[in-house]
Every structure is written in structure tokens, then in C-alpha cells.
Design a protein around this ligand. Structure first.
Ligand code: NAP
Length: 290
């Protein structure tokens, strides 16, 4: 049992719901490993109460907060400042205490990038297939463009959303990097090479574990590496189809790990040693039973 005293700093998560979050495992394990007097707890924030929650957290001297569904966009209106990449993406998942209010960051995307680097996956110069055009896919598209991906085929069921994300990212990056498509047109992607495919839709998420956006085996023959942002289940149908065609496949748990590690680093002004991050990852896998 950790000692809580007059010097204990508090961090937490605001969202709705927050009951199934893994974030306390990440931050409380890091604090324990480092011997830091910090405690992390989830806060369930009712609809319509976000502004009061952020203001109240600041008044209570809370050091930092994570923000989850459904508040990642709305919270930008409650902040003193927003980091450049988070402003571009239009979503904030981490609040860092500064003079006069919180500053917002998006560590989801930094976390995805760190997770990919740790698995030896490159974005620079790559041709990529990105599935989805929701909040997460939009952020991945910005990340791919900013890391100089050669080309990103962005596939979505609702075509208007794919075209809108492509237009925004291409305008911001100053080059025609994102190529929007309807998901059902995936056969038009040239088959003369293999691609990194990033699965950023919510299809296949527990308990709908047999669902997949594209069921056609031919699609998976074009993929050398598949990265699914989903981590429940730890092997999605998308991942098993990639593997069945000889590709390597990863789930999103390391992305979750590193978004937390980066938030912790921002709150405490430190760099977390890789061995500590991996120890946290071990605990997360234990929680998942994998
Ligand atoms: P979102 O904004 O709701 O977007 C959902 C996306 O999935 C859209 O592109 C949507 O297509 C597509 N979709 C939903 N149902 C579909 C169906 N039946 N058939 C085809 N496409 C369908 O969600 P999000 O915030 O981007 O999150 C997407 C996923 O990323 C979630 O599973 C989330 O858990 C995961 N995620 C993981 C992490 C991590 O740390 N590992 C972080 C963030 C997000 P339409 O536009 O056509 O509706």
C-alpha cells in the first residue's frame, strides 16, 4: 500500500465512461517504480459538466489529466493553450498544468509513433493503407503526413469523411500525400508492392471480435505489416487475416502504453527509462490476460 500524505500529487482521467480504463495501471506503476509521490485516479464526468470539471481540477491543484471519449474534442475549449499538433488534429487527450490553466496535448499520436518505432515499423517514405476516417484515423493521417510517408490510401465506408480528412491533411502538409477511397474500392490499390496497413476503425472491437472491415483475402496479400489500433481483443480478425497471408501484425496495447508514458513525462518533466515502460507493459498484459 502506497503512503498518501500532504505532499501527494494527483493526476487522473476524465471521460464517460471511465470504469474499464487501464490508465491507472500505467501511471500508478510508473509512480511506484520511480518512488514518486503521485496517485492517478479515474473521474467519471457527467455530460454538460466538462468545463466545471476542468476548472475544478485546476483549482484543486491537480497536476495533470488524461481525457477520453467523449471529451477529446470538446475539452479544447476549456484550456489555456493547445500544443500545435493537437490543434491540427483537433483532439486533446492530455492536460498539463501551466500558469493560469491547463495546456492540451495529443499523446495518442506520439504514442502510436513510439509504439511503431519500438516494433521497427517506419512511416518515413512508406506507402500506407489507412482504414477509417474517424477521430483516430484523422490523427493517424496527420501523423503519417508529418513523418513524410510517401503515400497514404485512406479507405472509409462513408466516402465524404475520407475526402474531408484527405483535403484537410493535404492542405496542412502542402502535398497530396493522402489518397481518399471508398473501402469497397480497395481492389484498385496497386498490387505491385506490399504495404503497411493501419486499422483505425472501431470494427472488430470486443465483443464483436469476428467483425472485420475488409474480409477479402486478396487484400491481405498486399500487406507486409498490419497495425490494429484496437487492443481488445489482443488478436483481432484483421490481425489474423494479415498473419494468415504471411504478414506481421500488432495490436494497439503498446500505443496505449506510450500515450500514457508520454503524458507522465509531460506532467513530471522527466524521461521514463525504457525498462520502466516495458515493466508497465508487462503489467498491462497481465491485466489483459495475455
Ligand atoms: P470513431 O471516430 O467513432 O470512428 C469510427 C471509424 O470506424 C469510422 O471510420 C467509421 O466509418 C468506422 N466504422 C464503424 N463501424 C463501421 C462498420 N460497421 N463498417 C465499416 N466502418 C465502420 O472512432 P475513433 O475514435 O476513431 O476510434 C477508432 C478505433 O481506434 C477504436 O476502436 C478505438 O478503440 C481505437 N483507438 C485505440 C487507441 C489506443 O491507444 N490503442 C487510441 C485511440 C483509438 P464511418 O465514417 O463510415 O462511420
Amino acid at each position: 500500500m502506497r503512503q498518501i500524505d500532504g505532499h501527494t500529487r494527483l493526476c487522473g482521467l476524465i471521460g464517460n465512461p471511465v470504469e474499464h480504463t487501464m490508465s491507472p495501471v500505467i501511471h500508478n506503476t510508473l509512480a511506484e517504480k520511480e518512488g514518486r509521490n503521485l496517485v492517478y485516479v479515474p473521474f467519471h464526468v457527467e455530460h454538460g459538466q466538462l468545463g466545471r470539471a476542468v476548472e475544478g481540477a485546476y483549482a484543486l491543484n491537480i497536476l495533470g489529466l488524461n481525457v477520453t471519449v467523449p471529451y477529446k474534442e470538446e475539452v479544447t475549449g476549456c484550456l489555456k493553450a493547445v500544443d500545435g499538433m493537437a490543434a491540427q488534429i483537433g483532439a486533446v487527450n492530455t492536460l498539463v498544468r501551466t500558469d493560469g490553466g491547463y495546456k492540451g496535448y495529443n499523446t495518442d499520436m506520439m504514442g502510436l509513433y513510439r509504439a511503431m518505432c519500438s516494433e521497427g515499423i517506419r512511416l518515413e517514405g512508406e506507402e500506407i493503407i489507412l482504414l477509417g476516417a474517424g477521430g483516430a484515423a484523422r490523427a493517424v493521417a496527420f501523423l503519417c503526413a508529418s513523418k513524410q510517408a510517401a503515400k497514404v490510401y485512406l479507405l472509409n465506408r462513408t466516402p465524404e469523411k475520407a475526402w474531408q480528412v484527405a483535403e484537410e491533411v493535404n492542405r496542412a502538409s502542402g502535398r497530396e500525400c493522402i489518397v481518399p477511397m471508398r473501402t469497397r474500392d480497395h481492389g484498385k490499390i496497386p498490387a505491385d508492392r506490399k504495404y503497411l496497413a493501419i486499422q483505425a476503425t472501431s470494427v472488430g472491437l470486443y465483443p464483436h471480435v469476428e467483425d472485420v472491415v475488409i474480409g477479402d483475402v486478396g487484400f491481405y496479400q498486399k500487406i507486409h505489416t498490419g497495425f490494429d489500433l484496437i487492443y481488445r481483443p489482443s488478436e483481432t480478425k484483421f490481425m489474423s487475416l494479415v498473419r494468415a497471408e504471411g504478414g506481421q501484425a500488432f495490436h494497439g496495447l503498446k500505443m496505449l502504453l506510450y500515450q500514457g508514458v508520454i503524458a507522465y513525462e509531460l506532467w513530471n518533466g522527466i524521461t521514463v527509462p525504457e525498462e520502466d515502460a516495458l515493466a508497465v507493459y508487462g503489467r498491462m498484459k497481465g491485466e489483459m490476460g495475455i
